[in-house]
Ligand binder design. Structure first.
Ligand code: ZN
Length: 254
């Protein structure tokens, strides 16, 4: 398989080849940004099938390639890809895709700020930045502590997520859901930026002043999510090119 995805990405193609490039690029870029490191994983649903694309359990997030991305069914069977097992917390992804037909991409990571906010009694995610308005309805917390490794664990996690697009895992990390790999990168950056803003604002000694529901509604009237995702994805892809994170022959830009 060539690693060049062709210009089909521009036309919105969701062929397996394009999706493999997107999972690999998203993973490398989030590793570049320090969100993924030795652990954490991104997946994309294979449209119309009970299958997903995800990296192997052991490959470095800095070195994944389209060829090494696995195609896995919702029972965890590897259908395509180089030899290797899927991540040990695969059921996070399969549990969500089974429960949420609207979700096209999932990330699980161990973002320190996401874990830390679950360690402060009474603390919750406030919307400080309008780019975080996607989570204005609230970010639930899964209280059970520990890795998510069984199908039953995955179902519990999906129930804890419910209809939300973010779930904090107590003393563990974070799950986000989006429509695509570019969107999951953008949402991950904004989720972390919002937590940083909360923490930094509190350092000034006053009270937090989250943006209000009315302000979120007003901003939402002129925000173009698709345009914003395209702009940010292409920006980080460009940074990845300059840093030699993304190979020249990966057709990544939207
Ligand atoms: Zn984990």
């Amino acid at each position: 398989m060539t690693t060049t995805a062709s210009s089909s990405m521009l036309s919105g193609s969701n062929s397996g080849e394009v999706l493999r490039v997107q999972v690999a690029a998203c993973t490398r870029l989030l590793n570049m940004l320090g969100v993924l490191h030795y652990s954490g994983h991104v997946s994309i649903r294979a449209p119309g099938r009970d299958q997903l694309y995800i990296q192997t359990r052991t490959e470095s997030r800095a070195e994944v390639t389209p060829d090494s991305i696995l195609l896995v069914d919702f029972d965890g069977n590897v259908l395509e890809g180089l030899p290797g097992k899927p991540p040990s917390e695969l059921v996070i992804h399969t549990g969500i895709y089974k429960a949420r037909p609207d979700v096209g991409a999932v990330i699980h990571n161990h973002m320190p700020l996401a874990a830390a906010i679950t360690m402060a009694r009474g603390a919750r995610v406030e919307i400080m930045d309008f780019h975080a308005s996607r989570w204005a309805a609230g970010v639930p917390v899964m209280r059970e502590v520990g890795h998510i490794k069984t199908e039953a664990d995955g179902a519990v996690l999906a129930r804890a997520l419910g209809d939300a697009n973010a779930l904090l895992l107590r003393a563990h990390g974070l799950v986000l859901t989006s429509e695509s790999a570019p969107a999951i990168l953008v949402d991950t950056v904004h989720f972390e930026d919002n937590l940083k803003a909360m923490k930094e604002a509190l350092a000034f000694g006053g009270e937090l002043m989250p943006i209000t529901a009315e302000e979120i509604a007003r901003v939402g009237e002129y925000e173009d999510r698709a345009h914003h995702i395209c702009k940010m994805w292409n920006y980080y892809a460009g940074e990845g090119r300059k840093a030699n994170i993304l190979p020249d022959d990966w057709d990544v830009e939207l």
